[in-house]
Design a protein around this ligand. Structure first.
Ligand code: SF4
Length: 512
C-alpha cells in the first residue's frame, strides 16, 4: 500500500497513583500518564496535548456490575458508555465510544492465560452500589468506572483500548474484609496484561483489506441452516440435529440458542422424535438406525454430496473398486465410503494412489470429497489415471463449485497480500484448504474461528491483508473481523469478485 500513514505513538492513561505504579514500568517504552481520579480530572487531563488526538489506552481498576465477574478479571471494553446518575454530571463525556478492536485484545489476553472478559463498560461520576450497580448490569455493562468516558473521547478518530481490572463485585463490595487483597490481585493482572498492550500498539496503522469473493456461505450450507431454522419454527417439540449441521462452531451455537439440540449419535435421540441429518451426508446405516428408532428424518445432506453418494453406489453396482479421493476421517468421506464400504478404498494422497491395489485393475473408478484442494486432488487423480488406463471418472467434477470458486478467489489475492486470514472452524475441510492455497502462493496464512483468534503479533507492520472465509463460516464473522482490524487504524476495503455465484438448492418437502 502506498502513502501509508503510521499512527502517532500511543499514550497510556492511568487515573490513580496505584494504577500508574502497577503498569508504568511494565509498559515501557509506552508513555504512561497519571490522569487523576474521577470525571472532572479526567476531562482536564483529556485536554492535555500529550493525551489528546492520538491512540490511547485507559488502564485501571473497575467495579464489576455483572454477577459472573470475579475480582482480578480483566474487562476489555467493546464500548464505553457515559452514564449520568441523578444529581451528578459528566464533564467532557461525549457519545459512547465504540471499540471494535476489543476482541483482538481479549483473545490475546486469554491466550496469555489471563481472565479476560469482553463487553461494555459504564462510566459515571461515583462508585455505585446496590440498585445503581444492578441498573448498569441491566443495561448490559460488565463493569463501571469513573474516568473512561472522558479519556476515551480524547483519542478522537484514533484507536482506543480500555482495559480495567475488577476489584469489587456485587458479592464482594468495596470496604469489606479482603478488599486490599482483591485490589492487589487486580493490579497484578493489569500489570501482566502489559505485553498485550504493547502488541496492540505495534499492530496499529493504516491498512488495505483485500476481500476474496466469493467467500463464506455456499448454497449447501445456507440450505442446511435454513432446514434447521424452518424445522424449529414449524414443528412443536424438540428438533434434534445429528452432528454439527455444518462445520462451524458459531453456526452450531446460534442454532442451539434458537432451540436445536445437537447430538453425536442417533442413540441419543428419543424414539419417535424428529432429527435432522447434517450437510456432510451419512452412510445408509444411519438411515437404517433412524428407521429402527422410529425417528422422523429430515435430510440436510447437500445435493452435491448426494451426487457423490450416487456415483459411488453406481460404480460399485457395476463391479468396480471405487477410489474415494479424500480424508478418511472426515465425516463426508465416512458417509460416502459407507455407500459401498466393501468396494471403496479411500486415497488420501499421491503416495497412497501410487500404492493402492484394487481387486481387478480393469474395473476401477474414482470419486472425490467435495471440499478438497483442486490442484492436489487432480495430482492424485493423475497418478490413478496413469496406473489404471480403464479408470472410470465422474461425468462432472466432484469438488463442488463453492470449493472451486473460493480457492480461485483466494489464489487471486494471496500473492499480493502480506498476510491472509481465513475465517472458519478448524474441522472445516474447505476452510483448511483455503489456508493451504494461500500458503502455496507464498503468503503466511492463518485459519481463525473469529476475530478473537487473530494474534496481534501477526499484524505488526503488515499493511495489506487478504481475507476469505470457508463455505461454512457466517458472513457476519467476516464483517466483525473487518471491523476489528478497522479498530486498529484506517482501512481501505477492496472487494475482489472473481466469480458470481447464483446457485440455490430446493428444500426438502418436510420444511418447504
Ligand atoms: S461446500 Fe460444496 S458440497 Fe459442501 S455444502 Fe457447500 S456446496 Fe455443498
Amino acid at each position: 500500500m502506498t502513502g501509508t500513514r503510521p499512527e502517532p505513538a500511543a499514550v497510556v492513561c492511568t487515573p490513580l497513583a496505584a494504577e500508574h505504579a502497577a503498569v508504568a514500568r511494565a509498559l515501557r517504552p509506552l508513555p504512561v500518564v497519571r490522569t487523576g481520579k474521577g470525571p472532572a480530572r479526567s476531562a482536564t487531563s483529556a485536554a492535555r496535548a500529550e493525551v489528546r488526538d492520538r491512540p490511547l489506552v485507559v488502564a485501571g481498576l473497575a467495579g464489576a456490575v455483572a454477577d459472573d465477574l470475579q475480582p482480578g478479571d480483566l474487562v476489555v471494553a467493546t464500548e464505553v458508555r457515559a452514564t449520568e446518575l441523578p444529581g451528578g454530571g459528566l464533564p467532557g463525556a461525549g457519545a459512547p465510544t465504540v471499540i471494535p478492536a476489543a476482541p483482538l485484545v481479549a483473545g490475546a489476553l486469554r491466550r496469555a492465560g489471563l481472565p479476560a472478559r469482553l463487553g461494555p463498560i459504564g462510566s459515571t461520576d461515583r462508585i455505585v452500589h446496590g440498585a445503581a450497580r444492578a441498573r448498569f448490569a441491566a443495561d448490559g455493562a460488565l463493569a463501571v468506572d469513573l474516568e473512561s468516558a472522558q479519556l476515551a473521547a480524547a483519542a478522537g478518530e484514533h484507536p482506543v483500548l480500555v482495559l480495567r481490572a475488577v476489584v469489587d463485585t456485587p458479592r464482594h463490595p468495596l470496604l469489606r474484609p479482603g478488599t486490599a487483597v482483591r485490589g492487589l490481585r487486580a493490579l497484578r493482572n493489569l500489570r501482566a496484561a502489559a505485553p498485550v498492550v504493547r502488541q496492540w500498539q505495534q499492530a496499529l496503522g493504516e491498512r488495505q483489506l483485500v476481500l476474496a469473493s466469493p467467500r463464506s456461505f455456499c448454497a449447501g450450507v445456507a440450505r442446511a441452516i435454513e432446514i434447521v431454522e424452518r424445522a424449529l419454527d414449524r414443528y412443536p417439540g424438540p428438533v434434534y440435529v445429528r452432528r454439527q449441521i455444518v462445520h462451524n462452531a458459531h453456526v452450531v451455537r446460534e442454532l442451539e440458542q434458537r432451540g436445536a439440540r445437537f447430538v453425536a449419535e442417533l442413540s441419543e435421540v428419543p424414539p419417535n422424535s424428529r432429527v435432522i441429518l447434517a450437510a456432510h451426508g451419512v452412510a445408509p446405516e444411519v438411515h437404517l438406525q433412524a428407521a429402527e428408532r422410529g425417528l422422523q428424518v429430515i435430510d440436510a445432506t447437500c445435493p452435491l454430496v448426494s451426487k457423490v453418494h450416487n456415483e459411488v453406489r453406481r460404480y460399485a453396482a457395476q463391479g468396480n473398486t471405487v477410489f474415494l479421493i479424500g480424508h478418511a476421517d472426515h465425516e463426508e468421506v465416512v458417509g460416502s465410503r459407507g455407500q459401498a464400504p466393501d468396494q471403496v478404498i479411500v486415497v488420501a494422497d499421491v503416495a497412497e494412489a501410487a500404492g493402492v491395489r484394487p481387486a481387478d485393475p480393469d474395473r476401477v473408478a474414482y470419486a472425490m470429497q467435495t471440499t478438497l484442494a483442486v490442484d492436489e486432488a487432480e495430482q492424485i487423480a493423475d497418478v490413478l489415471r496413469a496406473r489404471f488406463p480403464r479408470l472410470t471418472a465422474p461425468a462432472r467434477e466432484d469438488i463442488c463449485y463453492a470449493t472451486t470458486n473460493r480457492q480461485r478467489a483466494i489464489r487471486s489475492i494471496a500473492a499480493e497480500a502480506e498476510l491472509v486470514l481465513v475465517v472458519g472452524s478448524a474441522n472445516s475441510s474447505n476452510s483448511a484448504r483455503l489456508v493451504e492455497v494461500a500458503e502455496r502462493a507464498g503468503t503466511p496464512a492463518y485459519l481463525v474461528e473469529d476475530a478473537g483468534e487473530v494474534e496481534l503479533s501477526w499484524l505488526a507492520g503488515v499493511r495489506r491483508i487478504g481475507i476469505s472465509a470457508g463455505a461454512s463460516a457466517p458472513p457476519h464473522l467476516v464483517e466483525e473481523l473487518v471491523a476489528a482490524l478497522a479498530g486498529l487504524g484506517p482501512v481501505q476495503l477492496d472487494n475482489r469478485d472473481v466469480v458470481d455465484e447464483h446457485v440455490q438448492f430446493s428444500l426438502p418437502r418436510e420444511v418447504s
